[in-house]
Ligand binder design. Structure first.
Ligand code: GLO
Ligand code: MG
Length: 346
């Protein structure tokens, strides 16, 4: 019998989404936050992820005192439900000030807005008891290269992150890279870029990363290798597991839905690096298919966790000694089949 798993799971309120896409309206009516929280607790997930305005709706319209009061109210709700707040992420891609980028906007007033909003996000995270701020740098990139000075943009990203590090000496920042969408090309497309950027900041040890499966695949990389790379630096502080069918729009499919072997290798990488042992969570950044009926609304989350846990068993029961013999003999054809047989269950 394999030893019991040590993983804790979470998702965000946006992962119970309504089915809209660029070509059509929602296919399910919106649910309240309270309903989503109750569902999360009922399904036995341990934590929720937040955008700043998931925690405090319309955050830009509220005073600091109001923001604090609402965040405290939410913290009470989470405590009552026995649910932790994993991360808080400033939503820097919705407001009119972020049309041309947030930290890298060409307009200094807009850059200032992005920084101030991020500092407020840290204040919210502190009240919710979350130690990690996630930066998905959605609009930090360009549609046409001549519109921005990419060299200056890197400095602007460093300036913004430094302000955040200064604002709170304990908070850690996890950069979630993505190579494209909504931008044509992003300035921080991969984990290598994220960790290199961390090194330019005033406190590199507090700047790490979050890997999302689909984003790594969109960058033409293997997410398992991204995991090993980040863990070699001790900097994998959160993970968004999902799946992605090739180079197209960001699909956020259930974990393992497209390529079970790629999913297996991600789990193996997490296992060998002891991911989760320092309290890190496994998050599923997955969306229901547009066709999903209301009564099946959370299956993509339950299924992702189920697949993950089954792959943990597969990782822990992998015939390692046999594999090592084949590796020593450079018999990768037999190794390949050993993996397939193991996954299919002989
Ligand atoms: C989109 C991202 C997004 C982030 C979330 C947290 O492609 O994956 O879902 O993970 O906004 O920052
Ligand atoms: Mg994500």
């Amino acid at each position: 019998m394999a030893k019991p798993h040590t993983y804790k799971f979470c998702f965000g309120p946006w992962n119970i989404s309504e089915g809209q896409d660029p070509y059509g309206p929602p296919t399910r009516p919106p649910q309240t936050f309270d309903w989503k929280l109750a569902k999360l607790a009922e399904l036995g997930f341990e934590a929720m992820m937040f955008h700043d305005d998931d925690a405090v709706p319309n955050v830009d319209e509220k005073s600091d005192a109001q923001v604090r009061a609402e965040a405290k109210e939410l913290k009470r709700k989470l405590d009552d439900a026995g649910v932790a707040a994993e991360i808080v992420a400033p939503r820097l891609w919705f407001a009119p000030q972020t049309i041309d980028g947030a930290y890298t906007s060409n307009d200094p007033k807009c850059r200032q807005y992005a920084i101030e909003r991020s500092l407020r996000c840290i204040d919210i995270a502190n009240i919710l008891g979350s130690k990690v701020i996630v930066l998905w740098l959605a609009r930090e990139g360009s549609y046409i290269r001549e519109s921005k000075n990419a060299r200056k943009c890197i400095d602007m990203l460093v300036t913004a992150i430094n302000k955040m590090l200064e604002h709170d000496p304990r908070i850690r920042i996890a950069i979630e890279p993505k190579p494209n969408e909504p931008m044509d090309v992003a300035y921080i497309p991969t984990i290598g870029h994220a960790l290199a950027l961390a090194n330019l900041t005033s406190d590199p040890k507090r700047v790490g990363c979050l890997i999302e499966t689909a984003h790594a695949i969109l960058a033409g990389l293997d997410p398992a290798d991204e995991i090993d790379f980040a863990c070699a630096f001790g900097k994998l502080w959160s993970i968004h597991l999902n799946d992605q069918n090739g180079l197209k729009f960001d699909q956020d499919k259930p974990f393992g839905s497209v390529n079970l072997r790629v999913a297996f290798n991600q789990v193996r990488a997490l296992e060998r690096n002891g991911y989760g042992k320092k309290g890190e969570y496994v998050a599923f950044d997955v969306h229901p298919f547009r066709t999903t009926k209301v009564e099946h609304w959370t299956l993509h989350l339950e299924n992702s966790r189920r697949t993950f846990l089954r792959l943990v068993e597969k990782a822990r029961t992998f015939p390692e000694a046999e594999a090592q013999k084949l590796i020593a003999d450079r018999n990768y054809a037999a190794l390949d089949q050993l993996v397939l047989d193991h996954l299919m269950g002989k």
